[in-house]
Design a protein around this ligand. Structure first.
Ligand code: SF4
Ligand code: SF4
Ligand code: FES
Length: 221
């Protein structure tokens, strides 16, 4: 067993536990895209980053591939983490603006502009489909081909391979295919359908109830 500290909470976890798993066991929310508890860790999307304190210094690490080790001190939601995560989300949305999962993530993290060129690739190379096919279905239906900017998921020679069991798992697990954003009004890569980009007025006596305010404001009892 190893003892680590996450957001000031000391916890004891079995060796081999990742920081993401340990944090989630404590009820601490860390977003993830390429992680699935039933599949091997991959560390591709980086949205699960956390800050690891090392004395006066700290590093930013992907929590889904970071093993918990004795004395590790982790902060999951520092300003540095939030800033880095927002840039990563911007990058991911620029690759795949038609993913509702990504649009929701952008909305949750207050991303209201995309500073990268919109590519609309329909894949963030998270590798979930490839790992699902190989590890859960023991099939080799799909895999990564190409390098750098031409890297993509494909079947061998572009035809449905004999190994494919038509389980549909690769689509079901994909954060882009599984929940496609149907909005036709993408503005600079961001969909305004679910995200409220308007400034929300608060009551004179705001109690942070998280309700939106109508024209006359809330009644304050
Ligand atoms: S549908 Fe075919 S390619 Fe997709 S996960 Fe299932 S076996 Fe693999
Ligand atoms: S197709 Fe979907 S699941 Fe597969 S790598 Fe791309 S984003 Fe991930
Ligand atoms: S969930 Fe950790 S890198 Fe993707």
């Amino acid at each position: 067993m190893v003892t680590i500290s996450i957001d000031g909470i000391r916890t004891v976890v079995p060796e081999g536990t990742t920081v993401l798993e340990a944090a989630r066991d404590l009820g601490i929310a860390i977003p993830s895209l390429c992680h699935n508890p039933g599949l091997s860790p991959y560390g591709a999307c980086r949205v699960c980053i956390v800050e690891v304190k090392k004395g006066e210094r700290s590093t930013i690490e992907a929590s889904c591939t970071l093993p918990a080790s004795d004395g590790l001190v982790v902060i999951t939601n520092s300003e540095r983490v939030r800033k880095n995560r927002k840039v990563l989300i911007e990058l991911l949305v620029s690759s795949c603006p038609t993913s509702k999962t990504l649009q929701d993530l952008a909305a949750n993290y207050g991303v209201n502009r995309i500073r990268f060129a919109i590519k609309d690739k329909n894949c963030i190379l998270c590798g979930l489909c490839v790992r699902y096919c190989k590890e859960q279905m023991q099939s080799g239906g799909i895999g990564f081909v190409g390098r750098g900017t031409s890297r993509k998921v494909a079947t061998a020679f572009g035809v449905t391979p004999q190994e494919c069991r038509n389980c549909g798992g690769c689509e079901w697990i994909c954060p882009v295919c599984e929940r496609a954003c149907t909005a036709a009004n993408l503005t600079n890569g961001l969909c305004g359908g679910c995200q409220n980009l308007m400034h929300v007025e608060t009551c004179e006596l705001c109690v942070h109830c998280s309700e939106s305010v109508n024209a006359r404001g809330h009644r304050v009892y």
